[in-house]
Design a protein around this ligand. Structure first.
Ligand code: ZN
Length: 333
């Protein structure tokens, strides 16, 4: 197994790969090294639904909006600090940030104890069902990835050119599984409706809808929870779970990747090769998404290589881990 950069779990846009066609080699032109400018991921076909590129699995965030989100996050965090001080001084302080709307989380829900509700959206005849063992393996995979370990216990690159994988605070447990027999929902149609009707828990609960669509997965961001609590969560191609039958994408890394967005991580190609980039300092800037295991591919002149397939995903970086905790405090705590 080729070891890839630690940031790979969230680096490639995992996941709007069009499953209808064969997985082709990376289609993006590699702009390598030197002062070569980045190219536009969308122009390179990385838009949602674009052919065989891992991208577009979240709503698009423009540079201006990215700045607004960052400023809003800081305001919320500042207010929480102030509230904490007021509480210390005997005042009440108002509960800030977090969720509003949506349902209630199970007792004890926290970043270190994230309830996961798995919704099996089956066809009318029951197609698309995964086993309990697969669901258990999926949760175990996520916990392993977020703990900074892979199946072989790898915690850094063998040649030492990558930082040790971060043990993030995120830990998941299975809170419930249900299933629905509905051809339309199975194919992810009327997703706003079916998510609203089936979602469980509040801002701290990760809802995973298993569907059959042309993507590997799609995620919502934490800063969108307050405005749209009923659709919060991730949608995942049902046979991408461990033991599924999608070659290169059946190790459960899709759900890990989508959960990364749900926890507040951008793709490393967010913002392209800019200083702001994905707002995570220790992930190399990346021009666009990639496919396969592009050993040595480097779409930005900034340090670091590009990612991809399930087999080459590793773990998260220390700064990604920090961002996960920060975003949880701001939007889900
Ligand atoms: Zn993604």
């Amino acid at each position: 197994m080729v070891r890839k950069p630690l940031y790979a779990l969230i680096a490639s846009g995992a996941i709007a790969v069009a499953l209808a066609g064969p997985i082709s080699p990376a289609q993006a032109t590699v702009v390598d090294g030197g002062s070569s400018p980045c190219f536009d991921p969308v122009a390179a076909g990385a838009a949602r639904g674009g052919p065989n590129l891992r991208a577009g699995d979240t709503r698009a965030v423009t540079a201006a909006e990215q700045l607004q989100i960052a400023q809003r996050t800081q305001r919320i965090l500042d207010a929480k600090v102030l509230d904490g001080l007021k509480a210390l001084l005997g005042g009440k302080g108002k509960p800030g940030g977090g969720g509003g709307g949506g349902g209630a989380d199970p007792a004890g829900a926290a970043l270190t104890n994230i309830p996961v509700y798995v919704h099996q959206m089956l066809s009318a005849s029951g197609a698309g069902r995964v086993s309990q063992a697969q669901i258990d393996a999926q949760i175990a995979e996520m916990n392993q990835d977020y703990a900074g370990q892979d199946a072989s216990g790898h915690t850094g690159s063998p040649n030492g050119d990558q930082p040790a994988a971060a043990k993030t605070a995120a830990h998941f447990y299975l809170a419930g599984v249900d299933e629905y027999l509905n051809n339309s929902w199975h194919q992810d149609r009327s997703s706003t409706t079916y998510r609203a009707q089936t979602r469980k828990g509040g801002p701290k609960s990760l809802n995973i809808w298993l569907v059959d669509f042309k993507y590997l997965g799609i995620a919502t961001f934490p800063w969108d929870y307050a405005a749209n609590p009923s659709i919060d969560g991730i949608r995942v191609q049902w046979d991408s779970l461990p033991g599924g039958d999608i070659a290169h994408y059946n190790l459960g890394k899709t759900a890990t990747h989508e959960a990364g967005h749900w926890l507040g991580l951008y793709h490393t190609f967010q913002g392209g090769c800019t200083a702001t980039n994905d707002e995570v300092a220790d992930t190399p800037a990346q021009a666009t998404s990639t496919t396969g295991c592009p050993e040595g591919q480097d779409t930005c002149s900034l340090p670091g290589l590009d990612p991809s397939y399930d087999e080459c995903y590793d773990e998260f970086t220390p700064n990604q881990s920090s961002r996960i905790s920060t975003m949880w405090t701001a939007y889900r705590a």
